[in-house]
Design a protein around this ligand. Structure first.
Ligand SMILES: Cc1cc2nc3c(=O)[nH]c(=O)nc-3n(C[C@H](O)[C@H](O)[C@H](O)COP(=O)(O)OP(=O)(O)OC[C@H]3O[C@@H](n4cnc5c(N)ncnc54)[C@H](O)[C@@H]3O)c2cc1C
Length: 630
């Protein structure tokens, strides 16, 4: 396994660590789960939306639904690869650009639950519209401004955003995707102290095409901390009509074909000093917190998309007859739809649980939000794959073509293209795994890391070992004993055995994390597949807990079917969890890694066989192309 840490890797880790939120002031359900404690009280009874809060958005949602159905032609937007900008004014009249902006600044001041209801509704209709609305207010300027802006900044900008001045979030660069330490865009203080000069470029800035104001992250001069130079990343509010801002390219994608996503270049762009957000050097932390909070929007969109997919699948498995029966009567197809239905319930449970808890504000949701992003995006993608298969050839055909042949124009092919990006943007699935894993091992790292590091002086090691020993002497044995088989969860009815399972497996998981630390010591950080399995188990346990709590609430409201569906989801999740535990340490990770290192050196090139290679332009042709571009 790779053990050599490059300078780049060390720097990337240092920058990420410096921007990590390290304080846990409020309780965390998932944090406790990783320590072997099933703290069900934090998520049960389910945080049902208060009637008054629901009423706040009901009328808006009804109008939004009509507006979408009557005006937004999602198919045409997709076909043209261009948005219908006349819709912006319609959204504006509804107040849709200011859903998350507090009322005192001219917005609708929606709760997280109401905002996610609205985003979900749009997601059942048009992915590009979701991107315009959510890039503007889930991650665009309003979100960090609300969290970190001064009163003066809020008064200046928030009313503009509420009225439809579009905003965007610019972090990514050609060399900076998941690793912001490599950021090249620079903000240099002007000699007169009045502001900054911005130079560099930002890639894939969603909404950048029409944005009036964006939040941009850039390097500012390094600071010397404890004799060592530390990279500083700061965040700025930037008016896009400032001289030197150049939209250099509009990017095109396989899906979300109506978004205005661009490459922006900055050439000596002046930013006044009052446009610095939060403080110098806090830009990456601001970006990460913005993404943590904004992260609930994508899971809401995925769950809503899955609800739409269920509707299509249900219709088709009844209507389509093959081999003498509706295809839903064939077990292979029924099992796919069963998976889609049970996992849609789980996605919904996660969305409304995290939204409800965010509104209540009494728990820390960092890990739950990351798990929501990870689980819902992965599951929604699997749902699309099942749906395409259930629809057979029609799943692969465009809705325009279906319509032209006189069939129901279900846009499954478009949904598939639109859905794929969710596993990539706002933090890829791999990065969510790493983020969650970092927090899962943190309580043990704090106690044991010093002991494991070879460079720690012996005296310090002995001190740390004594302290850790005292803790683990009681903690570790207690992770083997519990009352999970004692019939104490009667209130969950047919789901009670799953609650017992959760209790046992959370202890099992915490022991496994501890064993992983003992086994791999400081090298655990490089054992990504072990860490990812730990995270996958934790995520499934969280999804089970959320689903049990949600279904119990639905049953109390009279929906007994919810318990059956939750039971199905829990059984499916348990099969995965059991399997993942089996392969946690007993696997072929080493061999797979070794094969890829050889592949990277070309030793498996023979496998690529005969391929048509593209024509490679000559040096003169490249020069000519560059001359033309200039
Ligand atoms: C349609 C679209 C819209 C976007 N909108 C915005 C926007 O509005 N604002 C903005 O700033 N950005 C935006 N992005 C950028 C997006 O957030 C990035 O694509 C994403 O963060 C991943 O970066 P990358 O594509 O450079 O992948 P890379 O970071 O190059 O990663 C490539 C692969 O390697 C994996 N990987 C990377 N590091 C590790 C590691 N340490 N361990 C294991 N695996 C790793 C990744 O998970 C991924 O699978 C958008 C992108 C797209 C395509």
């Amino acid at each position: 396994m790779a053990e050599v840490k490059t300078q780049g890797a060390v720097e990337a880790m240092e920058v990420a660590e410096a921007s990590r939120e390290t304080e846990w002031e409020k309780p965390s359900f998932v944090g406790d789960l990783f320590l072997g404690k099933l703290n069900l009280d934090l998520i049960h009874p389910f945080p049902e939306q208060p009637a008054a809060d629901k009423a706040e958005a009901d009328e808006f949602l009804a109008k939004l639904e009509r507006f979408l159905a009557e005006n937004v032609d999602a198919e045409e937007i997709d076909r043209q690869g261009e948005y219908d900008y006349s819709l912006f004014e319609g959204f504006n009249k509804l107040g849709a650009w200011g859903m998350k902006i507090p009322k005192e600044y001219g917005g609708l001041g929606f709760s997280a639950t109401n905002y996610n209801r609205a985003i979900g509704l749009v997601a059942t209709w048009c992915g590009s519209s979701v991107a315009w609305l959510s890039a503007h207010q889930s991650i665009g300027v309003p979100q960090p401004l609300k969290l970190f802006g001064t009163e003066e900044q809020k008064r200046k900008y928030l009313p503009r955003f509420a009225k439809g001045a579009i905003s965007a979030f610019a972090l990514t660069e050609p060399g900076v995707g998941s690793d912001p330490a490599k950021m090249q865009t620079m903000a240099t203080p002007t000699p007169d102290g009045k502001g900054w000069l911005l130079n560099g470029e930002k890639l894939w800035c969603t909404n950048g095409l029409k944005a009036e104001v964006i939040v941009v992250m850039a390097q500012t001069p390094p600071k010397v901390v404890k004799g060592k130079e530390k990279k500083q990343i700061s965040a700025f509010i930037l008016d896009m009509d400032t001289p030197g801002v150049d939209i250099a390219h509009r990017c095109q994608f396989m899906g979300l074909r109506g978004i205005g996503n661009v490459l922006i270049k900055f050439n000596n762009v002046f930013i006044p000093k009052e446009n610095l957000l939060w403080g110098e050097g806090l830009g990456l932390k601001l970006a990460l917190i913005t993404l943590n909070t904004g992260r609930l929007t994508i899971p809401a969109g995925c769950a809503a998309g899955a609800r739409r997919m269920l509707e299509i699948a249900r219709d088709w498995v009844n209507e389509r007859e093959q081999w003498g029966a509706p295809i839903g009567k064939h077990e292979a197809i029924a099992s796919k739809l069963a998976w889609m239905a049970s996992h849609t319930l789980a996605m919904e449970a996660i969305v409304w649980l995290t939204s409800g808890l965010a509104d209540r504000g009494d728990v820390d949701l960092r890990l739950e939000a990351a798990m929501a992003k990870l689980f819902n995006t992965e599951v929604a993608w699997q749902c699309v794959d099942h749906l395409v298969q259930i629809r057979g050839g029609r799943g692969y055909e465009t809705s325009t073509s279906l319509k032209a042949r006189g069939e129901k124009p279900y846009p499954v092919e478009r949904i598939m293209r639109d859905m794929r990006i969710n596993r990539i943007f706002e933090g890829t699935s791999e990065i969510q795994h790493l983020f969650i894993a970092r927090e899962a091992v943190d309580p043990h790292m704090k106690r044991g890391y010093k002991i494991l590091l070879p460079e720690t002086p012996t005296g310090e090691k002995i001190q740390a070992a004594a302290k850790a020993g005292a803790f683990y002497a009681t903690w570790y044995p207690s992770r083997y004993v519990g009352w999970s088989r004692f019939p104490k969860h009667g209130e969950f009815g047919r789901l009670q055995t799953h609650v017992g399972y959760l209790e046992r497996q959370s202890r099992h998981l915490s022991r496994s994390i501890f064993h992983a630390m003992m086994r791999y010591q400081a090298k655990l950080e490089r054992k990504q597949m072990v860490l990812f399995r730990i995270v996958d188990i934790g995520t499934d346990l969280f999804a089970m807990a959320a689903t049990i709590s949600y279904a119990t609430m639905l049953a109390k409201q009279g929906n007994q079917n919810a318990l059956e569906l939750a039971d199905l989801f829990c059984r499916e999740a348990r099969t995965r969890v059991d399997q993942t535990f089996r392969t946690l340490f007993d696997n072929h990770d080493e061999l797979a890694y070794k094969v890829v290192q050889k592949m990277m050196k070309g030793e498996y090139e023979w496998l690529e066989g005969e391929l048509v290679q593209p024509v490679v332009p000559t040096a003169e042709q490249v020069e000519e192309a560059i001359r033309k571009l200039a």
